[in-house]
Design a protein around this ligand. Structure first.
Ligand code: GUN
Ligand code: ZN
Length: 428
């Protein structure tokens, strides 16, 4: 049993403007799950011996952050200079992913990646691996040892890239199916079919992937869509028989409800309508979109059109593993699109909102009784500028806005998985 007395914030119902906040709350965790949550005075009235609590009166406890789109092997290409998407893939990313042909390298990289993630307060992610099946095995093994709720997939790509990272339509489908059978639903792990994007998959590969999606409906599907204008023109030349980018997926059964599409910046009106009708999720990756010069995702317009949304880092196009920094960029991109991203919406998005968009809200993302107790603890005292600025915050909303605008991983003092610390900042 773990008893945490602190300031506690989460979204018990699926409405960003209705958070639940306890200025002096107690979170009771037993066997890795939330046993109870409420104001300390209620527990005291019920006779709880509060000396048993860990007491952090100035910290803020939130559900662990969820990153619904990233590439774990791309940590080594973060901050690569001077290129937009297609050149960035060819010049930096594909060579870096080729190194994952070495299983020993992949295993070490997976461990290091998860260390980094926990340090940044991210407790769950949807990860693209590389086309090498052991890159997925490496991540799943490392995540399983740490008891993380993690969804990942082998990247499917059988054309238009160096041989060292290509599979074939047959081997890609076979490896994916083997990985599904071994890992999907094992403990807290889940599998995502992961065609990289239609530029690097033949019609035969897309077709086989669609059949797997049909055969294994509980498996997730993640890919990229409409990120960059040169990319969209190139996709048209690779698959000229289709009317637009989205149709390259639709034609192969690759837009099931809940499918996760990274970026969705330049969708046509028709694509937007069809994505909304199908129940696809547009994953907003603001730091990546700014860094690669891809464009300003029309977050509010997509939402108004009925498209489900999520917010993600897209490491290594993204420039930080921190979901706080991701929110800072999201806010700025939305400003340029005349939409004000409210701090309650922002923090809802990286917790319960991302859980809902990825069909994980029955497990993670909030502190309802019975939920898995993954959480982060923010300590404003860790960053002198934040510590000073937060003193003049008028309310909770103002405080959260300071964390997402001025904060980063240095604010995270503890990240816990199933109630147990998996990362603790060293004393400063
Ligand atoms: N489109 C296809 N592959 C990738 C990738 O690795 N990163 C990004 N940002 N876009 C992609
Ligand atoms: Zn991506």
């Amino acid at each position: 049993m773990r008893l945490i007395r602190s300031r506690i914030l989460h979204w018990p119902i699926d409405q960003w403007h209705q958070p639940e906040y306890f200025e002096d709350g107690i979170l009771l965790i037993e066997a890795g799950r939330v046993l109870d949550l409420g104001p300390a005075e209620r527990f005291i009235a019920e006779g709880l011996d509060v000396t048993r609590c860990e007491h952090y009166p100035t910290r803020l406890v939130l559900p662990g952050f969820i990153d619904p789109h990233l590439h774990f092997p791309q940590v080594d290409v973060m901050a690569s200079f001077g290129a937009q998407l297609l050149d960035w893939l060819n010049d930096y990313t594909f060579p870096a992913e080729a190194r994952y042909s070495d299983p020993v390298f992949a295993a070490a990289a997976a461990e290091s990646f998860l260390d980094l993630q926990l340090r940044h307060g991210t407790t769950s992610a949807f990860a693209f691996c590389t086309s090498h099946r052991h890159s997925v095995e490496a991540l799943f093994c490392a995540a399983e040892r740490r008891q993380l709720r993690m969804v990942a997939g082998k990247v499917l790509m059988d054309q238009n890239a160096p041989d060292a990272i290509l599979d074939t339509a047959e081997s890609g489908a076979q490896d994916s199916e083997d990985l599904i059978r071994t890992w999907h639903g094992r403990g807290r792990l889940g599998y995502a079919l992961t065609p990289r994007f239609s530029g690097t998959s033949s019609s035969a590969q897309l077709q086989k992937t669609g059949l797997l999606a049909q055969q294994y409906p509980s498996v997730w599907l993640q890919t990229h869509l409409s990120e960059n204008l040169a990319e969209i023109a190139w996709i048209k030349s690779v698959h000229p028989q289709y009317q637009d980018y989205l149709q390259t997926y639709e034609a192969h059964g690759l837009v099931p409800k809940g499918a996760l599409f990274g970026h969705c910046i330049h969708l046509t009106e028709s694509e937007t309508e069809r994505l909304a009708d199908a129940g696809g999720v547009a994953v907003f990756c603001p730091s990546s979109n700014l860094f690669l010069g891809s464009g300003l995702m029309p977050f509010e317009a997509l939402q108004a059109a009925g498209v489900d949304l999520a917010i993600a880092s897209d490491i290594g196009g993204g420039t930080s593993l921190s979901m706080l920094k991701t929110l800072a960029d999201a806010y700025k991109v939305c400003q340029l699109r005349q939409y004000v991203l409210h701090p309650f919406e922002a923090f809802y998005r990286i917790t319960r909102g991302n859980a809902r968009a990825t069909a994980l809200e029955g497990f993670i993302g909030d502190f309802r009784v019975g939920q898995e107790a993954d959480f982060v603890m923010i300590d404003p005292e860790r960053v002198p500028l934040v510590a000073r600025r937060v003193q003049s915050a008028k309310d909770l909303q103002g405080e959260l806005f300071i964390y997402m605008t001025l904060g980063d991983e240095q604010l995270i003092v503890e990240t816990s998985i199933l109630g147990e610390p998996a990362y603790r900042a060293s004393a400063s």
